[in-house]
Design a protein around this ligand. Sequence first.
Ligand code: PEP
Ligand code: CO
Length: 461
Amino acid sequence: MSSIMSRAELRSLPMLQQPNYPDEAALDSVIDAVEKLPPLVFAGECDGLRAKLAEVAEGRAFLLQGGDCAESFEAVTAQHIKDKLLVQLSMAVVMTYAAQVPVVKVGRIAGQYAKPRSKPTETRGETTLPSYRGDAINGFDFTEQARAHDPERLIRLYNASAATLNLVRAFVTGGFADLRGVHTWNRDFVGNPEVEAAYEELAAEIDRALTFMVACGVDDRALSTIDFYASHEALLLEYERAMTRVDSRSQQVYGCSGHMLWIGERTRQLDGAHVELLRRVRNPLGIKLGPTTTPRQAIELADRLDPDREPGRITFITRMGADRVREVLPRVIEGVEETGRKVAWVCDPMHGNTFEAANGYKTRSFNDVVEEVRGFFDVHDSLGTWPGGLHVELTGDDVTECVGGALKLEETDLADRYETVCDPRLNRNQSLELAFTVATRLRKGRRSRGNPVLDFRAKEL
Ligand code: PEP
Ligand code: CO
């Protein structure tokens, strides 16, 4: 059994990418308050997600994990949250129906407010200020006041997460995610006619299948609600520690800021505070693995964070880059598989494919994203392992942040609607297009893996 880590213990560990608060007493009084706040998620829900991720690791389900690179307090509005959910539900339905696999739905949502940065400062002209690190730490405006690290923002982080989660829960259980409404999810879709037509065709097929099932008397509760989970990078150690709670049923410790917590590429040192804090909680964990990862590192991380090899505990989110994935990923997968451990392998085709456009915008090319996804599927196909999921930065809005896709966005279009406060996200159209690409690959795999319905042995009469 593990216990809650104390403040002093946390502060004695090596920590990377943390805020510098000028006033420790101010931080302590915020942490006193956070420790008393109710949990945002519950132990039973985290266990439920862990069980679903165990299905992913076993090759029986696929994970879709998506959302903003960084959420912002300003975007905590009903419209933004609804649009983010809609694009993910649409993607999930494409994958579920076209590929016929259960899709586990997890948002980068309700807590994704802190960012690791490669540079601590940003210089514009003569002025150098601390880098923007996410709304949980400082403000986006390029002023001294906004960029100061302020612990009071941790309370706003909690409130923004609570408000978002509340709406998400209401949406997904209140009939909004009912599969019979699948046509309406993209009603105001202003995008590429091809992607839209493919979606409409699929929606019509789903309608027919649902009508058949309901006519046969299939219980329609399963059609009307879905499980949607919240995840974020557990970067901010003071907040994450203050949000750990002992579950009254099991006496086990859970991170109650989100269902699934992940460790970033820059903070996954074996002896670091991030690994130690997450080792102590029972949530399902994600671990980002970049192109320099050795098989040894992956194995050591899994052993440290999951010594008992609990099904669904570890999800490796690989982000190698389109040009490296075929070379680096096989070794890492083989190394882990050789230990006999079963993990969920998930592709993040975003973070290895970022570049600066000629006009200065940080962007990604949709082609590179698709290419990394293809490489990921190819590697798993050749090793006979299961490509377990997709981790993407996306938004429900028609932004212009990534180039390419069916609408052929060019670098010169980036200025039109470049709204991200951090990394460039796929817009709604690009997200759906990617979902169709993934569904096509999954369907191909399905043929070689067999189909649980067709596997059913009919009784001889
Ligand atoms: C992220 O997911 O936003 C991120 C910073 O990723 P990584 O740790 O893989 O760079
Ligand atoms: Co990002």
